[in-house]
Design a protein around this ligand. Sequence first.
Ligand code: ASP
Ligand code: MG
Length: 417
Amino acid sequence: MARLVMKFGGTSVATIERIRNVAAHVRREVEAGYEVAVVVSAMSGKTNELVGWVQECHKLYDPREYDAVVASGEQVTSGLLALTLQQMGLAARSWQGWQIPILTSDAHGSARIESIDPARLNAGFARGEVAVIAGFQGMHEATGRLTTLGRGGSDTSAVAVAAAIGAERCDIYTDVDGVYTTDPRIVPKARKLEKVSFEEMLEMASLGSKVLQVRSVEIAMVHKVRTFVRSSFDDPADPRPGTLICEEEEIVEQQVVTGIAFSKDEAQITLRRVADKPGVAAAIFGPLADSNINVDMIIQVVSGQAGSGAPATTDMTFTVQAADYERAMDLLRKLKSEIAYEAVEGATDVVKISAIGVGMRSHAGVAALAFRALAEKGVNIRAITTSEIKFSVLIDKDHTELAVRTLHSLYGLDKAA
Ligand code: ASP
Ligand code: MG
């Protein structure tokens, strides 16, 4: 029998009535002949509430107890959905991560899935049961402790389960009806994509699109899990297919640029007049890396007074995640004499805008078009990075909408009026 994983996010299970609607979607697939594993998130807002309670109890909380608390949101919805399915006359049972088991690393709060043994799930399918799996959670085998997979981790649970049970596809049901060329709240002309490649989706998720957790896309790509993003608010009797995330070869009509992503989660740091000599970059970025602070864009400007007799210096600009900004600034201030810079400046009112498309591999000058278009709109670019299938610019946050709309039109992504 063919197998299917269906994942439902927090807004899709926010009330008992919505859980009934989820159950109707599940019943449709069972009646179509699938063996179904359903992965559920916590009710919307629940995980935030649980995290808040943890912080209220203990500012420097034990991450193992954090996991014990926040994993409970998914325990509730898995039980409620199993009950609702039973009430409809379907055989169903709930599964917590540790019961399957879904084994993970011991990085509490952002654990990685290491293995999923499908044996118990298989036995359940053989009994004719729908498996209702609590997303977001697993277990670290050696310590026997509960773990969670990081915010948005139910997507990752779903794709990993799909790989483990050999599902034909993984349907991620959410409150939007697919993956868009950009955020439709910012660009009303954004279009729904019929298909998007794993690689592009990975970039989009990493660069700010919040549709899927980044790790879920990594797993889908490695295990070639055909993954649909689709709406749980569609009529269960007549749902639309949503957006398929699949291999590049499956996509016939390729645009040069597939989507525009943006992230306001960025901060810029500039070190003024750093000595321009071997070892400076290591002196700056080594300690940041040791403190687990991820650096993204880096620009080095040689401003040095070459020939003037004074030692050459350089300005070094880079970006970190907004959440790491204070820690990074603190660390750099402490290292002032070691690194030997003159001043440190920072800005948090910045946004990173990225254009993504596998077509960039075979087209030259794609980014240059954007630089010109942004200049014409008076948008100043603070930093640039490029790679094979994307480029990103860092600009003032105030220009987010203008820049996203400009690039969206520039690359022909606007839907026909
Ligand atoms: N409930 C968890 C969260 O809010 C996991 C998820 O919904 O994917 O992050
Ligand atoms: Mg999510």
